[in-house]
Design a protein around this ligand. Structure first.
Ligand SMILES: *Cc1c(COP(=O)(O)O)cnc(C)c1O
Length: 395
C-alpha cells in the first residue's frame, strides 16, 4: 500500500471546486455583465445570511477588505493598531497602508492566536484599533479581546481570512465567525483558504455607516454604483467626494463564490473529521504537540499544524517529508522579521518566533482520503524517529 502512495505527491492543500462553479461562471459571462453587479449583490446577501451579520460587502481580496476596515474606523497617519506579528504579512501591511504603525503583541503557543493578556500593556494614547486574527481558522479569544476593546473604547477588527465557517460559542450559542462579534470581520477567498473565488474578500459588520463606507471606497468613492446608473431611466451624474479605490469583486468571482458557499458546511464538516483524525493518529508520535481547540471554539482546520520537539530540526523534518512525497510548510511567518518591520533593538515576541521555527503545517484538504492521511502520519513518524532529523546530527 505505502509503496503505491510513495510515488505520488500529497499536496498541502487543494480547493474543492468543479462543475457547479464552472456552470455558475457561465451566467455572468453569457449575460454580458461581468464586474460587480447582480451576482456580487446576491453573494453578499447569502454570505450575510450564512454568518448572521446584518451587512456583507464583497471586495477584491482580504487585504483590501482589511484596508477598508481600518479606514472605516478612522485609522490614519501616526495612529497605532495593536495586532500580531505572527500572521500572513498582509495583516501588518494594511496598517502601513494607512500610514499607521502596527504594534505587535505575542501569541499563545497552544492556539497560535493573540494572547489577550498582552494587549492592555500595548495600549497608548495613539492606539486607534485592535486587529485580531483567527489564525489558520482557529477562533481567537473574542470574549476576552472584545472586553478589552470595549473597556478602552477601541474598535475591534477581526482578520478572519482563514476562518470562513469557523464557530465560536457566544452567550451559550454557537455562532459563525463574522456575526459581528467585533466591529468588522474580513474574509479571504484565496485558493489556499477554505472556499475560493480565485481571489476575493468579504467584509461583514452590523454597523450601516461602516457598510456605506466600504461600498463607497471599493468603487472609486463614486456616489452612485454603475448598476444603479445603468438601470435608471433618468440621467444621473455621479460624484466622487472622497478618494476611493478599485477594490471590486467581479460577477464571475461572485457566481463562483455562491456555489462555494453552498459547499462550505460540508467542507467544514469534512475538515473537522480529518482534524479529529489527525489528533488521534498523531498522538502516537512521541514529543509532538498539537493545536489546542478551546471548548468555546470550533475551528475549520484551514491549516493543521504540529509543534516539533526541540530535538528535531524543522528543515530536516520537512525535507524528509518532501523526500517521501508529502508537502508541508513551516509555521506561520512573523512580520517583524521581514525587512519593512525590522527595527533597532528588535522585538520581544518569543512565542511568535517559536511558532514559526518549531511548527510545521501538514496536508489537509476535503478530498483527502483516510489512506492518504494514514500515509502522512506514518511518514512523519518515520522521519521523526530517523537520526537525520535530529539537531544533534546537524553541524
Ligand atoms: C491569506 C491571509 C490574508 C490575505 O488574504 P488575501 O485574500 O490573499 O488578500 C490576510 N490575513 C491572513 C491571516 C491570511 O491568512
Amino acid at each position: 500500500m505505502t509503496t503505491d502512495l510513495k510515488r505520488r505527491t500529497i499536496p498541502l492543500a487543494r480547493p474543492l471546486i468543479g462543475e457547479a462553479e464552472a456552470e455558475a461562471s457561465r451566467r455572468p459571462i453569457m449575460s454580458g455583465w461581468l464586474t460587480q453587479g447582480p451576482e456580487v449583490a446576491a453573494f453578499e446577501q447569502e454570505f450575510a445570511a450564512y454568518t448572521g451579520a446584518k451587512h456583507a460587502t464583497a471586495v477584491s481580496n482580504c487585504t483590501t477588505a482589511l484596508h477598508l476596515a481600518l479606514l472605516a474606523v478612522g485609522v490614519g497617519a501616526d495612529d497605532e493598531v495593536i495586532t500580531v506579528s505572527h500572521s500572513y504579512v498582509a495583516t501588518a501591511n494594511v496598517v502601513r497602508y494607512c500610514n499607521a504603525t502596527p504594534v505587535f503583541v505575542d501569541i499563545e503557543a497552544a492556539t497560535s492566536n493573540m494572547d489577550p493578556a498582552t494587549i492592555a500593556a500595548a495600549i497608548t494614547p495613539r492606539t486607534k484599533a485592535i486587529l485580531c486574527v483567527h489564525q489558520m481558522g482557529m477562533p481567537c479569544d473574542l470574549a476576552a479581546i472584545t472586553a478589552i476593546a470595549k473597556a478602552h473604547g477601541l474598535p475591534l477588527i477581526e482578520d478572519a481570512a482563514c476562518a470562513s465557517g469557523s464557530e465560536i460559542c457566544w452567550d451559550g450559542q454557537w455562532e459563525k465567525v463574522g456575526k459581528a462579534h467585533g466591529d468588522i470581520t474580513c474574509f479571504s477567498f484565496h485558493p489556499r483558504k477554505v472556499i475560493t473565488t480565485g481571489d476575493g474578500g468579504m467584509l461583514t459588520t452590523n454597523n450601516p455607516d461602516y457598510d456605506k463606507q466600504f461600498r463607497l471606497l471599493r468603487q472609486h468613492g463614486m456616489s452612485v454604483s454603475d448598476r444603479v446608473r445603468h438601470s435608471a431611466n433618468q440621467v444621473i451624474f455621479e460624484e466622487h467626494a472622497v478618494i476611493g479605490y478599485n477594490y471590486r469583486m467581479t460577477d464571475v468571482q461572485a457566481a463562483i463564490g455562491r456555489e462555494q458557499l453552498k459547499r462550505l458546511p460540508e467542507i467544514v464538516a469534512t475538515r473537522r473529521r480529518l482534524g479529529d483524525r489527525y489528533r488521534q493518529l498523531l498522538a502516537a508520535i512521541p514529543g509532538l504537540t498539537m493545536p489546542h481547540e478551546p471548548e468555546w471554539a470550533r475551528t475549520n482546520w484551514q491549516s493543521f499544524w504540529v509543534r516539533l520537539p526541540d530535538a528535531l530540526d524543522q528543515r530536516e523534518v520537512m525535507q524528509g517529508m518532501l523526500d517521501r512525497g508529502v508537502a508541508t510548510r513551516r509555521g506561520i511567518m512573523c512580520a517583524h522579521r521581514e525587512v519593512p518591520y525590522q527595527r533597532e533593538g528588535g522585538y520581544d515576541l518569543p512565542e511568535s518566533e517559536r511558532a514559526q521555527d518549531r511548527n510545521i503545517i501538514l496536508p489537509l484538504y476535503p478530498q483527502m482520503t483516510d489512506e492518504e492521511q494514514d500515509y502522512v502520519v506514518e511518514m512523519l513518524s518515520e522521519v521523526c524517529a530517523s537520526s537525520d532529523a535530529h539537531t544533534s546530527n546537524i553541524v
